[in-house]
Write a protein that binds this ligand. Structure first.
Ligand code: 5GP
Ligand code: ZN
Length: 115
């Protein structure tokens, strides 16, 4: 599904129908604070266009721009000490919101493997 879905909470964030602390925006992406942060810095970068998850993206340019947006959010938020990015995909990946998003976790040490 690559069109907006009316019951997708992140599409509602994009359309400003659900409040979120938006910390970054460009033509194709927004980033906002996670509602249940697990690190001192915990933001989600999402495409404005709805993709269910990473497996659904057929646009290589969008993937490149997504990573560039992640880079910009990290740079603007003083994460030069390091940060963790995560793209949870599908049930085994722990995905709970089915609109592609990149977690950016910072402000503490993140152990590996995450469990
Ligand atoms: P997932 O488990 O799918 O990788 O991550 C979904 C993330 O979205 C979770 O970390 C969860 O806390 C966050 N989340 C779920 N609903 C909302 C919401 O309505 N607003 C915001 N800002 N974050 C949300
Ligand atoms: Zn969506």
């Amino acid at each position: 599904m690559t069109s907006d879905t009316s019951d997708c909470i992140f599409c509602k964030v994009v359309k400003k129908e659900i409040a979120a602390k938006i910390i970054y925006e460009n033509d194709d992406f927004i980033a906002f604070d996670d509602i249940k942060p697990v690190s001192p810095f915990h933001a989600l970068v999402i495409p404005k266009k709805h993709y269910k998850n990473l497996l659904e993206v057929d646009d290589v340019n969008l993937l490149g721009k997504l990573m560039t947006s992640v880079q910009e959010v990290a740079k603007k938020n003083n994460l030069s000490d390091g940060f963790r990015t995560a793209i949870n995909t599908g049930d085994n990946g722990g995905q709970t919101v089915y609109h592609l998003h990149v977690h950016i976790l910072g402000g503490r040490f993140h152990k590996w493997p995450p469990g």
